[in-house]
Write a protein that binds this ligand. Structure first.
Ligand code: 1CP
Length: 334
């Protein structure tokens, strides 16, 4: 059993190190592959390259877990929606065709993403046995933010798009839950041993809708994982003090706190769950002593409790990989 699973599953306090977005743009070895592969979706569908990118941070930093190189938007892609990654702008999706999406079945969905599952299989075979291979999904709400194009450039919501007359939001969320559970099972069957559920835009949901748009769909997915004994970590980013309500309702194995959450508050209020992360990725852009000071706060707060050291969001593209090396050395020697 990997250390990450010892912590999540057996609640044993030990060290297991990985970082959100550990494979990606801050690494020169990734940028080299990326520069030769302009189409991001095709890169995610290239099993050999996807596996190579997944292993890059393991080779460089000897981390304890690899997270498969893919994207949460591979799901809308496999549901037949057009997905484009525009340079310096991010993902832009085509119009959503509700009828087509509701018609997609398990077989056609799984077939479209078979290169992702093959990448997991290849990676698992190359990864030392004691290391975890983490799979991930975007939670339904966060996928809908992209699928419906409801986030404006200033991060405010274009709520009008949620009220499109013929759009049955509940049906769409239920369909996504079903499809995402299939995607999780496929990734686990291919060799992944943990799933992280990213609800990156949960913080945008109005209070009145948070139960239906965030807690309930996350809970259904966690319930599926528990039934299948799949270790799971939720990340409802940006919901502030509602983290407590989320945790009590959803009951995941692990919960990733974001950088706005006070670690001591989390320790006191998030119970019966393994806490992961918290450190502001911007801390890695600061002078070394400042970075170490903030990191120490997290390590000290969670000393003697099962805790997975990680960030409060993904590594920023401007992060110096050597800074990460310093942080890793500090954590390992602490
Ligand atoms: O080179 C490039 O331009 C592509 C950049 C990139 C990368 C490296 C994108 C586009 N996706 C990824 C990989 C990725 N995405 C991984 C695997 C790598 C790793 O973690 O080591 C993972 C786990 C994701 C997950 C993801 N994609 C999330 C959830 C996590 C988070 O950061 O909040 C989200 C919201 C996305 C959407 C997405 N994909 C890519 C971008 C630039 C974005 C975010 C755009 C936005 O802010 O709206």
């Amino acid at each position: 059993m990997s250390n990450l699973n010892k912590i999540l599953h057996n609640k044993i306090s030990c060290k297991s190190l990985w970082f959100m977005r550990q494979a990606g743009r801050y690494l020169p070895e990734f940028r080299e592959i990326r520069s030769k592969n302009q189409n991001f979706i095709n890169l995610c569908l290239n099993s050999e390259l996807s596996s190579e990118i997944t292993l890059q941070p393991i080779k460089r930093f000897d981390l304890d877990s690899a997270i498969i190189f893919s994207d949460i938007l591979m799901v809308p892609y496999a549901l037949g929606q057009e997905v484009n990654f525009i340079k310096n702008e991010g993902p832009v999706l085509g119009n959503l065709n509700m009828n087509n999406i509701l018609k997609v079945n398990k077989e056609s969905f799984s077939k479209k993403l078979s290169p992702v599952y093959r990448a997991i299989d290849i990676t698992r075979k190359k990864l030392p046995k004691e290391k975890s291979l983490i799979s991930f999904i975007g939670a339904p709400w966060t996928l809908l933010v992209y699928m419906l194009g409801i986030k404006k450039a200033d991060n405010n919501l274009n709520l009008k798009k949620l009220n499109i007359k013929d759009l049955k939001l509940g049906d769409l969320i239920n369909k996504l839950v079903k499809i995402l559970n299939i995607h999780i099972q496929n990734q686990v069957d291919a060799g992944a041993d943990v799933v992280q559920i990213f609800d990156s835009w949960a913080g945008l949901i109005p209070s009145a809708n948070i139960q239906d748009l965030c807690y309930s769909p996350n809970a259904k997915i966690v319930e599926f994982c528990k039934k299948k004994k799949i270790s799971n970590i939720c990340f409802p980013k940006g919901i502030k003090l509602k983290y407590k309500e989320f945790n009590n309702f959803v009951k995941p194995d692990g919960i990733n706190i974001d950088y706005e959450i006070d670690p001591q508050w989390a320790k006191n209020n998030l119970t019966d769950v393994v806490i992961q992360g918290g450190l502001d990725p911007k801390a890695l852009l600061k002078p070394e002593d400042e970075m170490i000071e903030v990191a120490t706060k997290y390590i000290k707060t969670f000393q003697n409790t099962p805790y997975v050291f990680n960030l409060g969001h993904g590594l920023l593209p401007e992060t110096d990989p050597d800074k990460l090396t310093t942080l890793i050395k500090f954590y390992r020697n602490y």
